[in-house]
Design a protein around this ligand. Structure first.
Ligand code: FES
Ligand SMILES: [Fe+2]
Length: 432
C-alpha cells in the first residue's frame, strides 16, 4: 500500500498509534524524507572538531554527511558525496585532513567543500563542464549551533535553532551552565550500539516513567543488596547513588511531572528528578560559587531534569552531562550513540562520574540499558502480530495543562507520547 497524507495522518489517533509506525518500511522511508527532511537534526559538538581539518562523519537519515572545521575556524556540515560520479568521499568515523580527496578519480576539495582540483583536465574543453560551477563542489547543509551543539537541516526555510528548541533549550543551557566557565566539551569517546528496533521506541522510553520499577527492578534489588554488604565506614560509592533511583515508586515519578513543547520536544523533572539527590563534590560547588555566586549556583544545580528530547534526534541528561543520539538505519534497526561531556573549569571527578554513569546506565555491558533494549526488542517482535493494529496511550489523556508555550501533566502521563506524535504528524503531513 502507498500512503496519502490522510492515511499517514490516520496512523496517529489521540489515544492510540497504528503498529505500521513501527514495522512498515514505507513509513520509515517517508519519515526519513519528511522528518529528517524538515527538522533540525543533531550532528555533533564543535569540540569534536577542535582544529582546522578535523572532521567526523555520520548518517543524516539515509545520507552520509561530514562535519568539518575549515582553516578560518568555521564548522560546516557537508554532504559526503563526490561531485564527480558520487562516491562517498570520507569513510572513517573521524580524522584530520588538509583537503578531501576522492578515492576513485582523485578530485580534491577544500575544507569548506569547494572543488579544488580535477586531475588531467584535458578532454573537458567545449563539453560544458565548468570546474567552478558550485554543483561540482561538496554540497552544504544549512547548519547552526547553540553553545557548541551543531544541528543541520534540509529545510529551506527553518525556524531559528533556539526558537525551535523552545523551553527544552533551557535544559541544554543548563547543561552548559553547570560548567563554571559556561562551556562543555566532548570527552571520553563514544558508546555506539545497534538496537534491533524502530528508532521511535527509544524516544518513547525516555520519559516513560511507568517502566523503571518493572524493567529495572532486578538490578535495583541487586544493587541495594550489594550496598547492604558494604561496611559502615565504606567511602561513598557513586554506584550507590546512581542505580537505586531507577527503582523509584510510581508516586515519586508522578511528582517529577512531564513538560512538552512545540516540535515534539519534552522533558521529565524540572523541580525534581531521579538525579536530584546526587551528592555535590565540594570542590565543584566551590568552583560554581566562585563563578556564579550563591543564588545563581542554586538556580543552576536545582534545575533537575531527567531525560530531555530534542525531537527527533537528540536526547540529553544535563544533570549527568551526557547525551544520546538517534541514528535510524532501517525500520527495525537504529544506532544509539552516547557522548559524555566535560564541564570546563570543574574538577575531573565530575567527568569521572559522568563516564561512570554512562558505563552503568547506557553501555551494552551496563545493568540498566540492556533491560530497556530487551523491552524495545520485545515490542518490535510483538508488533509483528496481527492480533491488533493499535498500541494505546490513554494515560491522563484530556488532562494536559496548557501553559501557553508548553503543556504539563503528571510524570506518569503519556504527555510525552502525545507531544512526539503531534510533531510526527506535523512533519509527516503539513510540512510534507
Ligand atoms: S567519483 Fe570522485 S573523483 Fe570520481
Ligand atoms: Fe529504562
Amino acid at each position: 500500500m502507498s500512503y496519502s497524507n490522510a492515511s499517514i495522518a490516520d496512523l496517529v489517533q489521540p489515544t492510540k498509534l497504528h503498529r505500521n509506525l513501527y514495522v512498515d518500511p514505507q513509513v520509515f522511508d517517508l519519515e526519513m524524507q519528511r522528518i529528517w527532511g524538515n527538522a533540525w537534526i543533531y550532528i555533533g559538538h564543535d569540540s569534536q572538531v577542535p582544529q582546522p581539518g578535523d572532521y567526523i562523519t555520520l548518517n543524516y537519515g539515509k545520507m552520509p554527511v561530514v562535519m568539518v572545521r575549515d582553516r578560518a575556524g568555521a564548522v560546516h556540515v557537508l554532504h559526503n558525496r563526490c561531485g564527480h560520479k558520487g562516491a562517498k568521499l570520507v569513510d572513517k568515523p573521524c580524522g584530520k585532513v588538509n583537503a578531501f580527496r576522492c578515492c576513485y578519480h582523485g578530485w580534491t576539495y577544500k575544507l569548506d567543500g569547494t572543488l579544488a582540483g580535477v586531475p588531467h583536465m584535458t578532454g573537458y574543453e567545449g563539453t560544458g563542464f565548468d570546474k567552478s560551477d558550485p554543483q561540482y563542489s561538496m554540497q552544504k547543509l544549512t547548519s547552526a549551533s547553540h553553545r557548541g551543539f551543531v544541528f543541520a537541516t534540509l529545510n529551506a526555510n527553518p525556524p531559528a535553532l533556539r526558537d525551535w528548541m523552545g523551553g527544552a533549550g533551557d535544559v541544554l543551557d543548563n547543561l552548559c551552565d553547570r560548567s563554571p566557565e559556561g562551556e562543555v566539551e566532548a570527552a571520553g569517546g563514544v558508546l555506539r550500539y545497534e538496537h534491533e528496533c524502530n528508532w521511535k521506541l527509544f524516544l518513547e522510553n525516555l520519559n516513560d516513567t511507568m517502566h523503571p520499577m518493572v524493567v529495572h527492578q532486578s538490578v535495583v534489588d541487586a544493587a541495594l543488596d550489594y550496598i547492604k554488604t558494604l561496611p559502615e565506614d565504606s567511602p561513598r560509592r557513586d554506584e550507590a547513588e546512581i542505580i537505586p533511583p531507577f527503582g523509584a515508586s510510581y508516586e515519586a515519578f508522578e511528582a517529577t511531572g512531564i513538560t512538552g513543547f512545540k516540535y515534539g520536544h519534552h522533558y521529565d523533572g524540572g523541580k525534581t528528578s531521579i538525579h536530584a539527590d546526587y551528592s555535590v563534590d565540594p570542590d565543584y560547588e566551590r568552583a560554581m560559587l566562585d563563578a556564579y555566586g550563591p543564588e545563581r549556583t542554586r538556580e543552576i544545580l536545582t534545575f533537575n531534569t531527567h531525560n530531555t528530547l530534542f525531537y527527533p534526534s537528540l536526547t540529553i541528561k544535563s544533570a549527568v552531562q551526557n547525551i544520546r543520539v538517534v541514528r535510524p538505519i532501517a525500520v527495525d534497526k537504529t544506532i544509539i550513540e552516547t557522548w559524555s561531556f566535560r564541564l570546563k573549569g570543574a574538577p575531573e571527578s565530575m567527568l569521572r562520574r559522568t563516564l561512570l554513569y554512562s558505563r552503568l546506565i547506557n553501555s551494552n555491558g551496563s545493568m540498566v540499558g540492556p533491560d530497556d533494549l530487551t523491552a524495545y526488542f520485545r515490542v518490535q517482535q510483538g508488533l509483528q502480530s496481527s492480533a491488533s493494529d493499535w498500541v494505546e496511550m490513554h494515560r491522563n489523556y484530556g488532562a494536559d495543562q496548557d501553559l501557553g508555550d508548553r503543556l504539563t501533566n503528571t510524570g506518569t502521563s503519556d504527555l510525552d507520547m502525545r507531544t512526539q506524535y503531534a510533531a510526527w504528524k506535523h512533519y509527516m503531513t503539513e510540512a510534507a
